[in-house]
Design a protein around this ligand. Structure first.
Ligand code: C6P
Length: 412
């Protein structure tokens, strides 16, 4: 018998904050188990975004009128809210981007373009999302740098005993994910950052899958850069963050040119603002940033430690239920993992299994999850993936297990 977790949070009542959970799909109540792709949004966030457009909408940093001042104040307050949320020393360490992908591209192109040379090594892991792989491949191809990878064990954890031979003085940056979006593996970020620092390497943490799911403090982690997306943590799509220490960001040249990132422009040349505005050319996603701050308020109202416990509880409950489904094979660690579970089922292609589940209102993700090298490492074309969040319940997991049992008979 699985122990019933006790929590001060009423997880069932909290579902009422998410209007979309009332949807029916193919005649069934929606079971949304695709939160690793994007989370659903609580009414508190939807209301703040709507209120912004109804009462404050104007461009930021440029208008001298009242609405522009209001929008600018709200936008910059949101930056401070993000800084507090991740334990940054100052709001100037928070660059608003479109998301994790853009944040990592910024570091690879602007920081990497300035500081890396031919022969330097960029250390990654075999479990990186394409967003933390392709930007480094592009940079390496351009300047002649080399890529190196920490391998993944059969159990979905990193082969950390190899780190001492991989993390040599030639490594200039170690960029790795906090939580794997396919395996649910939670990497020991603080330890990895400390090891990188001991050889003089910079660190970039891809926090796309951890930021909204667990307590996270950049000073405790000791990372140089941290990247995440708002849309996986209850905020709107199209907004994300790059964190960098002030000294680090100050050393990085601009990457996108345009309005708002300059101090003066002549026809021939320009001078640039200090970070973070140096990296925010053009009109930013104002409503997105404001929505992100509202999402932070919402998540902190519940407590990230509580959310993490809920994730871990759901993952272990699901693993137990799925263990009884004939022919189902789960990838990734059997314990100490986040609420992301990838699995394959005998003869059923992951796309077919995922489409089968959809007929019962169960939203899984099927495919390679932007982890093609990792799928190859495990010898599968892709997986079906269930990913949970604060609005997911054990009852929904029971229904998923029933649907998977039906699939066993269907695909036999
Ligand atoms: N993973 C998933 O279903 P963007 O698209 O920029 O918001 O996030 C990219 C990204 C980077 N790193 C990790 C670990 C991620 O999981 C993601 C997004 C989604 O797994 C979409 S492929």
């Amino acid at each position: 018998m699985h122990k019933v977790a006790t929590s001060r949070v009423d997880w069932s009542a909290l579902r009422e904050d998410f209007p979309i959970l009332q949807e029916r799909v193919n005649g069934h109540p929606l079971i949304y188990f695709d939160s690793a792709a994007t989370s659903q949004k609580p009414r508190a966030v939807l209301d703040v975004v709507r209120n912004y457009y109804e009462h404050e909408n104007a461009n930021v940093h440029r208008g001298l009128h009242a609405l522009s001042a209001r929008a600018t104040e709200h936008y910059e307050k949101s930056r401070q809210r993000v800084a507090d949320f991740i334990g940054a020393a100052s709001a100037d360490e928070i660059v608003f981007t479109r998301g994790t992908t853009e944040s990592i591209n910024l570091v690879a192109q602007a920081w990497g373009g300035k500081f890396l040379r031919a022969g330097d090594v960029i250390l990654l892991t075999e479990m990186e999302h394409h967003s933390n792989l392709v930007p480094w491949q592009l940079l390496a191809g351009r300047i002649g740098a080399r890529l190196r990878f920490v391998p993944v064990r059969d159990d979905g954890t990193l082969e950390l005993e190899k780190l001492s031979s991989l993390l040599t003085a030639e490594v200039k940056i170690f960029a790795f994910t906090h939580v794997s979006n396919s395996l649910g593996t939670i990497n020991p970020v603080a330890e990895l950052c400390q090891k990188a620092r001991s050889v003089g390497a910079m660190t970039l943490v891809d926090a796309a899958q951890s930021i909204g799911h667990m307590p996270l403090n950049v000073q405790e982690l000791g990372c140089d850069f941290l990247a995440f997306s708002g849309h996986k943590m209850c905020a709107p799509t199209g907004v994300g963050v790059l964190y960098g220490g002030l000294d680090v960001l100050d050393s990085v040249p601009p990457w996108h040119g345009g309005g708002e990132m300059i101090t003066s422009v002549t026809l021939e040349k320009s001078t640039f603002k200090k970070p973070p505005h140096r990296f925010e050319a053009g009109t930013p996603n104002i409503a997105g940033a404001i929505g992100l701050a509202a999402a932070i308020d919402y998540l902190e109202g519940i407590g990230r430690a509580e959310i993490f416990k809920h994730d871990v509880d759901l993952a272990s409950y699901a693993l137990q239920g799925m263990a009884d489904v004939t022919g189902l094979h789960v990838l990734g660690p059997s314990r100490d993992r986040g609420g992301v579970i990838s699995f394959v089922m005998g003869a059923a292609h992951p796309h077919d299994l995922t489409t089968f589940a959809d007929q019962y209102g169960l939203a899984l993700r099927g495919g390679h999850h932007c982890n093609q090298p990792l799928m190859r490492r495990f010898g599968v074309p892709g997986t079906s993936r269930a990913s949970f969040y604060l609005y997911s319940t054990r009852e929904e997991i029971d229904r998923m297990v029933d649907i998977l049992d039906k699939a066993v008979r269907f695909f036999k």
